[in-house]
Write a protein that binds this ligand. Structure first.
Ligand SMILES: Nc1ncnc2c1ncn2[C@@H]1O[C@H](COP(=O)(O)OP(=O)(O)OP(=O)(O)O)[C@@H](O)[C@H]1O
Length: 242
């Protein structure tokens, strides 16, 4: 087992109503990566993320986190990961703190002080006691990231974390991801169709198109090489060819 691989999928395949929507997906996420998982709408990103987080069973293939198989060793596997999948839903009539407390109660051995710690990491310490219904969308996303941090994961999976945010909100989420990666050594797997944002923060990229992983590599190997090609241009060139 390679200890540097935090997430690995092999031959991950899923069909709905006999239509194969993702096929033979082999992903590798290494410790320290900010991995951008890119693809247009409807290409299969959410289906894959749902398989990674145990929300959907694959028809074929495996998912392992730090070598633990998600199917055979669910508890150890899922303990390695925090996730924010789709828009995080919280109780609007409860405070951010109390929403996290509800979730923290399900995590054995978690110290109560840790809730304030994660809220302060995402910059919500001054709004912790306010009802979530008063939060902006960006604050709700940051609360979603605080939630993902609760179990002290090595890897965080984020599904479209900047969707619907204004430029300021997007920048705050990007800065938070970079801070967590650099200062807290957290590895990220982030799905998005916002290519220029991904170019700002990611070191490795996987592109899904037509349900297949059409490329996976370091960003500089894909669109660097001194050509000045942007990730956006590379993406359109590649998906035109396949
Ligand atoms: N439960 C389901 N039943 C039937 N078809 C589904 C189901 N979930 C997803 N699909 C289909 O699988 C394909 C991939 O969908 P998926 O949501 O994974 O794509 P996506 O890349 O995440 O797109 P988006 O960015 O729009 O969420 C689509 O054609 C979708 O209609």
């Amino acid at each position: 087992m390679n200890k540097n691989i935090l997430l690995e999928t092999k031959n991950l395949t899923k069909s709905f109503h006999r239509r194969t929507v993702v096929e033979d997906i082999d992903i590798k996420v290494y410790k320290g990566d900010i991995y951008g998982f890119l693809g247009r709408n409807g290409q299969g990103k959410t289906t894959i993320i749902r398989m990674l987080t145990g929300l959907v069973y694959p028809d074929k293939g495996t998912v392992t986190f730090s070598g633990y198989d998600l199917k055979d060793d669910f508890k150890n596997a899922i303990n390695q990961v925090g996730a924010m999948v789709e828009s995080p839903s919280f109780y609007g009539y409860l405070s951010g703190y109390n929403n996290l407390k509800l979730i923290a109660n399900l995590i054995p051995g978690l110290e109560k002080g840790h809730i304030m710690e994660v809220l302060s990491i995402v910059g919500l310490e001054n709004r912790a006691k306010d009802k979530v219904s008063t939060y902006s969308l960006g604050m709700k996303q940051r609360l979603g990231i605080a939630n993902a941090l609760l179990g002290n994961p090595q890897l965080i999976i984020l599904d479209e974390p900047t969707n619907g945010l204004d430029p300021q909100g997007m920048m705050e989420i990007e800065e938070l991801i970079l801070y967590l990666a650099r200062e807290k050594n957290i590895t990220f797997f982030i799905s998005s169709h916002l290519l220029h944002h991904m170019q700002n923060i990611c070191n490795r990229i996987g592109i899904i198109h037509g349900g297949k992983l059409v490329t996976e590599d370091r960003i500089e190997n894909l669109c660097g090489n001194g050509s000045g090609e942007s990730l956006e241009d590379f993406y359109f060139r590649l998906t035109r060819e396949v």
